[in-house]
Design a binder for this molecule. Structure first.
Ligand code: NAD
Length: 423
């Protein structure tokens, strides 16, 4: 990765999570002794994924499935295909899922999976073989009542369809509820593909109201223009905001009067990146951090906002579409400057919320309309922002710590009530 590396090599995603969880300890009262349960994953599986390449050679890839905590229900969390996937990252991502499902009060625990691979370098047939072998290797620990994967960076509904089919083949019957984010005609849910971006927008609107920021004419900068970033950019644009810059793995584009987001989506679908989009100026990737903006939406990978970058950001609000984009010290630097940060565990929870709806619909074999889904999604997200905001005000802490307080109370209460086996 070019510009997506940790600035401080001694810090990693799991350490970021541990620092976040430590900040909750003073608020947990008699649940504090149970906090250690969240400082380690419940279960971590590392698998070898050998596949026959199109040229007849054999290549081995390393895959992971981590179940961080299952106190409140089956594991839930995406599968990432990316060259920098490792156990540390998957552990952190699984832990953030534990917190996220609990903040939204969904009846799930937290899990995550991934394969260290650059999916862009595989043919469609190789990608299918990789997915089917990976699914087989992790199948002992996944299932609709055990752990339910979903898409993340580098994976998509097609891949979820292959996962569902592979798992079902092993069971001898179709098991739609084993993964979410599937194509709609395979038991997927309407609204799922756009749900995370929609959630970023909905939580952003709520936070903007709280801080008195009008969306009309406000300047938005989005890092990452995939599933999450492109939909968030589209909805902000529709609401009257100007998306002045977008960065992805191919570069950064800028237009002072705002980009035509719909046209950019079409361009990216054809060219696999924003570079070369007409009606915009190409700027240096690092220059993005100095642009004049009201709202910044990190929607690429973790470890993006370092202290140095936090000090340069002019945004009034940061909406964490990506998981773990902000280092704890950078969080402090932004808060000290009065910047509102809507943390990942609530901001990007729209996807897991509609994944929950998909799982419920699969169980019932009864499917809802897109309007019903969006209405229920918006309601859950708006209520969650209100709960987190009220907790932050009451405790005098950041929105992130408030979200962690609400989540940890729910998880650790479940832990305490279930007791420690064998006692
Ligand atoms: P995606 O694969 O659809 O898009 C990722 C985007 O990041 C692409 O535009 C890519 O070009 C960009 N990117 C990659 N490398 C980059 C680089 N070096 N510099 C700048 N941009 C770069 O992934 P996604 O599903 O949109 O996920 C993005 C983030 O949102 C991740 O952190 C993911 O964990 C999180 N997230 C996704 C979902 C979901 O439902 N898809 C849900 C919750 C959180």
């Amino acid at each position: 990765m070019s510009n997506l590396s940790y600035a401080n090599e001694n810090t990693n995603a799991w350490q970021t999570y541990l620092a976040q969880i430590d900040r909750v300890a003073p608020y947990l009262g008699d649940l504090t002794p149970y906090l250690d349960t969240l400082k380690r994953p419940k279960r971590a599986l590392i698998v070898d994924v050998p596949i026959v390449m199109d040229d007849g050679s054999i290549q081995h890839f390393e895959g992971y499935r981590v179940q961080h905590n299952l106190s409140r229900g089956p594991g839930k969390g995406g599968i990432r295909y990316h060259p920098s996937v490792d156990l540390n990252e998957v552990m952190a991502l699984s832990a953030w899922m534990t917190i996220k499902t609990a903040v939204l009060n969904l009846p799930f625990g937290g899990a995550k999976g991934g394969v260290r691979v650059d999916p862009r370098k595989l043919s469609t047939r190789e990608l299918e073989r990789l997915t089917r072998r990976f699914t087989t290797e992790i199948s002992p620990i996944i299932g609709p009542q055990k752990d339910i994967p979903a898409p993340d960076v580098g994976t998509n509904p097609n891949i979820m369809g292959w996962m569902m089919d592979t798992y079902s083949t092993g069971q001898g019957h179709t098991v739609t509820g084993v993964v979410t984010g599937k194509p709609v005609h395979l038991g997927g849910s309407l609204g799922r593909v756009r749900a995370t971006g929609r959630g970023v927008f909905v939580t952003g609107v709520e936070a903007a109201k709280k801080i008195g920021l009008s969306l009309e004419g406000s300047k938005v900068v989005v890092q990452g223009f995939g599933n999450v970033g492109s939909e968030a950019a589209y909805l902000f644009n529709q609401a009257g905001a100007k998306v002045v810059a977008v960065q992805d793995h191919t570069g950064t584009i800028f237009a002072a009067n705002g980009l035509d987001v719909k046209a950019l989506q079409k361009y990216v679908a054809e060219h696999q990146g924003v570079a070369g989009f007409s009606d915009a100026e190409a700027i240096d990737n690092e220059a993005m951090w100095d642009l004049d903006m009201d709202i910044f939406v990190p929607a690429a990978l973790e470890g993006q906002i370092t202290v140095a970058r936090a000090e340069r950001l002019t945004a009034k609000m940061v909406l964490e579409g990506a998981n773990g984009p902000t280092y704890p010290e950078a969080d402090d630097a932004l808060i000290a400057r009065g910047v509102t940060i809507v943390p990942d565990v609530i901001c990007n929870a729209g996807g897991v919320t509609v994944s929950y709806f998909e799982w419920v619909q699969d169980m019932a074999s009864y499917f809802w309309s897109e309007d019903e889904i969006n209405e229920r999604l918006d309601k859950l997200m708006i209520n969650a922002v209100a709960d987190v905001w009220n907790t932050a005000t009451e405790k005098g802490c950041s929105l992130r710590t408030a979200a962690y307080i609400l989540a940890c109370e729910r998880i650790l209460k479940a832990r305490k009530e279930r007791g420690i086996f064998p006692g």
